[in-house]
Design a protein around this ligand. Sequence first.
Ligand code: 5CA
Length: 156
Amino acid sequence: MSASLAVERVRAALREKGVDTEIVEFAQSTRTAQEAADAIGTSVAQIVKSLVFVAGGRPFLALVSGANQADTDKLAALMGAPVERADARTVREATGFAIGGVPPVGHATSLVTFIDQDLLQFEEVYAAAGTPHAIFRIAPQELVRITGGRVVALAR
Ligand code: 5CA
């Protein structure tokens, strides 16, 4: 998928869910949480990492504050099965996007979603919009609404 198509897919998903935001595209990389925070001028804690894991052969999504590491033991307890990080190919197959641009919505498949409770302390957070150069801003409660995600403690 081309970069512009990836961004368009996220834009369509956000519009469909009634989110009032803009996707901002940066010349510089927003591939990592730190790079995204630097590009926006916000704290790394306000960056949403969209991380794909696999439990019992089933991919699922964890939306994690850029300041935190996801605790796979906590995720395993939630999923009721051992959890491992998805490889790059699995990420692409499950979401339709490449690592570094995976958004929280607009995926190729329906993914069970967990949301790091630490994201809820902020008025606004920032998530990837399909490419390693695109970001959108969203209130964390809106993120919960549009993903149907379960808010949990998942920091290591
Ligand atoms: N655009 C940024 C900020 S929104 C972003 O997508 N950050 S991220 O954290 O959600 O995506 C990068 C993450 O992908 C890394 O934190 C890491 O967990 C994961 N990752 C990077 N390389 C690999 C790899 N080779 N295999 C599996 N996961 C990887």
